[in-house]
Design a binder for this molecule. Sequence first.
Ligand code: ADP
Ligand code: MG
Length: 297
Amino acid sequence: MSERDLLFSLRGVRYVYSGRHLALDGIDLDIYEGEQLVLLGANGSGKSTLLKLLDGIIGPTSGTMRAMGRDIAAVAEGEDAFRFHRQVGLVFQDPDIQLFCATVLDDVAFGPLQLGLEPDEVRRCCDAALAAMEIEDLARRAPFELSGGEKKRAAIASVLSLEPSVVLLDEPTASLDPRTKWVLVNLIRNLAAAGRTLVTATHELDIVPIIASRVVVLGEDGRVLADGDPEAILGDRALLIRANLIHEHLHEHGRVRHAHEHGAHDDHHALDPADGPLALAAPVGDPARPAPRVDPS
Ligand code: ADP
Ligand code: MG
């Protein structure tokens, strides 16, 4: 990698809320152009805080941080912030924060209009953003008339219309039903294929192989636990347990008992009594399997 491709560089970055709540500590991180980085961490591990730093909304409490050739502390204080936000766009976890206009099109056009672009250019940026999220038919709807998944797509479109080279996504698939989630994951993958640099915060392991070229795991102490290849990280069970991204769990489905791993927030139990999981389960006392470890608590 040449120096030219280095977009973000963090050294010893620490972030403390209100002088008391430590969110991130000792973060050393370089992000290069064209990467699809996933920030993987349990609730409270500092993912949203790190995205806010990368977006220059906040500056580090201590440590140094450069982004696109600028000092992030200065951007957070307003220096050249407008131009910075043409290059880096953050999609918040809650789309209601992003959508505040009367219609989806107004929201998507808001950024380009603020930039003072010519009407034809505004139209071109909006059309491209709506097309990227496949929501052209929703342009005239009010945000409150949208489903959860549609709102997410509209919120992403409202960031894409500024044509940022870096898109930061905070838990884009949180609280979506499975079909809606996978539609969105595919749309995100298409953004990556278009050459954008993506940084996605999530605790959902199943989306990682689709959207990550690299994974950074944040521990519950707000430090980087691991940084590397998605396949290696997803295969490191001890690491995932330590990061509270999976936990081992013993439970019963009728007469079948088994021990297995759960994602931090998967809805395995919601599937009972449909027997998808039972197909994988060993009956109690199955000699082909080791006895499940029983939690004494
Ligand atoms: P994540 O996005 O991984 O769930 P956050 O970045 O939201 O993590 O939070 C990291 C830590 O910072 C948590 O301990 C959280 O309680 C704390 N925190 C987040 N936002 C605030 C805030 N506005 N004021 C005080 N503490 C906060
Ligand atoms: Mg968060």
